[in-house]
Design a protein around this ligand. Structure first.
Ligand code: F6R
Length: 239
């Protein structure tokens, strides 16, 4: 794993350059995207670089990590809505080339079809990840088998609490989500994990310096051949 530490602004710029390089080398790249607060700076930077003509998404395909169960794409807290508002609207990607797991159809067949679609597209070139305070990647909570593919999960209380800031009250935070599995993520050719802020420091230390264990889902990244971790000074403060 390669670890880069800088300010939040600088790590967004550095990570964005990975996309410029990839998209210029492979305009048909398959991109795995994440939601949450962490990638917002990166997404703003990508939109800026795209507007400046530094790279084009016109031939790209995007697969998102996860979606809340019960929310359709028009709900302002759905991850489909988040992606449209924070990235897709601002870049030249074709909306019909962007995929987010369905929060309404949670059948095992539909979950399996998501993995198949990724595979049929040629596999993900860069998978972007944030990390939960409990080490989750996507919504793969502690204890998720490393062999898991796309599936429905019950969110832990700590994850619901952490995400309650986006909803009117904790009661409105969905209890379940559909997420790419750990294996789906590990199948990506390259992975970029970003973390910002002091609250992420303990789990970042465990992820990078602790044992590889299903109790810390992100620790599996130690086993991937091409992972870049971009941290701000606070998230890196316990390394
Ligand atoms: C989002 C996702 C989650 C977040 C994680 C961190 O699609 O899969 O794993 O990346 O919960 O969220 P933030 O960035 O809001 O701290």
């Amino acid at each position: 794993m390669k670890v880069f530490v800088n300010t939040p602004e600088k790590i967004a710029e550095m990570a964005a350059q990975r996309y410029v390089k990839l998209l210029n080398e492979k305009p048909t790249a398959i991109l795995g995207h994440a939601t949450g607060s962490t990638p917002l700076g990166l997404y703003a930077e990508l939109a800026k670089l795209n507007a400046e003509g530094k790279m084009s998404y016109a031939k790209c395909t995007s697969f998102n990590l996860d979606e809340y169960v019960g929310l359709d794409g028009t709900h302002d807290q759905s991850y489909r809505y988040f992606m449209n508002e924070n990235l897709f609207k601002h870049i030249d990607i074709r909306l019909d080339h962007t995929f987010v797991p369905s929060g309404l159809d949670t059948s095992a067949e539909t979950a399996a079809a998501y993995d198949k679609a990724i595979e049929a597209a040629g596999g993900i070139d860069i998978q972007l990840l944030g990390i939960g305070n409990n080490g989750h990647i996507g919504f793969n909570e502690p204890g998720t088998p490393f062999g898991s593919l796309t599936h429905m999960v019950e969110l832990t209380e700590s994850t619901r609490q952490a995400n309650a800031r986006f909803f009117e009250s904790i009661d409105e935070v969905p209890t379940h989500a559909v997420t790419m599995g750990i294996k789906t993520v590990m199948n990506a050719k390259s992975i970029i994990l970003m973390a910002i802020g002091k609250s992420k420091a303990p789990i970042i230390k465990e992820t990078i310096q602790g044992p590889v264990t299903e109790a810390v889902p992100a620790s599996v990244l130690q086993l991937h051949p091409d992972v870049e971790i971009y941290l701000d000074y606070e998230a890196a403060s316990l390394l």
